[in-house]
Design a protein around this ligand. Structure first.
Ligand code: NAP
Length: 332
């Protein structure tokens, strides 16, 4: 039996389980020349999938209603008629939410379970790590002694950005959605300060208190009012990496907020959107740094692993609602 998870309907507002459908298919899958038979092992659930569930134009095409959802997946090669891959290999790439599937191998990379746990290829040494490293370096241009604020700090990207900031000699302030997450940032990941945005009444004042010398770099994963509050605290020549805007992904109307232009003009500041795939030529160098820091013990990673392929939609909903610490991954 092969199971797949499809998009049943496009979510309006906050997605629910009713937006997904599980489909069973009996019989064995067969492969032709050049193809592989894959078994899903780990499935990544990510905020950008919410954008693909809507029909709106973006940097990546929308999912089709009735068709399987896809995301980063680590899979085992059960059978191969493709010269590049052998039975027993593990691969990572963008694959469909299916327990088993046939692939032509395009876009798949072999991963080595002896070098790192397989789940890490979806996080710290996968898209998450690259996003953290390249967003910070390419747009943030960090200099030792500067102050950085990270929103979505306890999530997959945020936990890595903050640690890299500490490696590079920055003062790092993390913003996250619970006291437990804030405690983790400080005690386990080396952040200098943490702010719980859910219990803090005046975010502008709280950021000012944590960053008395102002903010030089803002790594923005969330957008909305949290980011508005950061703007009041930026320094001259501040750099703001707009990596994500999860606080508005479920909004049904165009979100409104303060005008950013006066803040940018007054501070000669930079605000730039970031999409990791635009920096593919820099992946090998970024990966070298991440792997070295991991081996040296300078970098660590957090994962929230949910058991069971059938729980993938719920894991996605839980990640969007902040129930994860670090990278949210499903073990199929
Ligand atoms: N541009 C790129 O190439 C790229 C690549 C990867 C990811 N991203 C973006 O980076 C961001 C983080 O992605 P991720 O994979 O690391 O996810 P994540 O941070 O592991 O998970 C999402 C987190 O967002 C927080 N959140 C949810 N609603 C929020 C709200 N209204 N206000 C503030 N925080 C909220 C939750 O934490 P709390 O408990 O703290 O609320 C939740 O844990 C997302 O915006 C994503 O789209 C961009």
């Amino acid at each position: 039996m092969n199971t797949s998870i499809t998009l049943k309907q496009r979510p309006v507002g906050t997605p629910t389980l009713a937006d997904f459908e599980m489909k069973e298919q009996e019989g064995n899958l067969t492969i032709s020349d050049g193809e592989l038979l894959l078994k899903s092992i780990y499935i990544s659930v990510d905020p950008y999938l919410r954008g693909r569930m809507s029909a709106a134009k973006s940097y990546i095409p929308p999912f089709e209603v009735g068709k399987p959802i896809s995301s980063g997946i680590v899979a085992e090669v059960l059978d191969s008629k493709n010269k590049k891959f052998n039975k027993g290999d593990f691969v990572a790439g963008s694959l469909e939410w299916k327990t088993q599937q046939v692939s032509n191998g395009v876009g798949l990379q072999k991963v080595d379970k002896d070098k790192a746990p397989l789940s890490a290829y979806l996080g710290i040494i996968g898209m998450t790590g690259l996003t953290a490293f390249l967003g910070l370096h390419e747009i943030g241009k960090p200099k030792k002694g500067e102050t950085m604020v990270v929103s979505g700090a306890a999530g997959a990207v945020g936990t890595v950005v903050g640690q890299i900031g500490k490696i590079l000699g920055l003062t790092v302030i993390g913003i996250a959605g619970s006291d437990e997450k804030v405690a983790m940032l400080k005690s386990e990941l080396g952040f200098d300060h943490g702010i719980n945005y859910k219990t803090t009444k005046d975010m502008k004042a709280a950021i000012q208190e944590a960053a008395p010398n102002g903010v030089d770099i803002y790594y923005d994963n969330v957008g909305g009012p949290i980011s508005d509050a950061v703007l009041f605290n930026i320094n001259k020549f501040a750099r703001m990496i707009i990596c994500g805007a999860i606080s508005v992904y479920n909004k049904t109307e165009i979100p409104t907020g303060i005008s950013v232009q006066p803040f940018l003009v007054k501070n000669s500041a930079l605000m730039q959107g970031f999409i990791v795939s635009n920096y593919a030529d820099k992946f090998p160098d970024a990966m070298k740094h991440l792997s070295t820091w991991l081996t040296e013990g300078k970098l660590t990673y957090k994962e929230t692993i949910v058991e069971g392929f059938e729980n993938t939609p719920q894991a996605f909903l839980d990640m969007m609602a902040g129930k994860n610490k670090g990278k949210m991954i499903v073990k199929a």
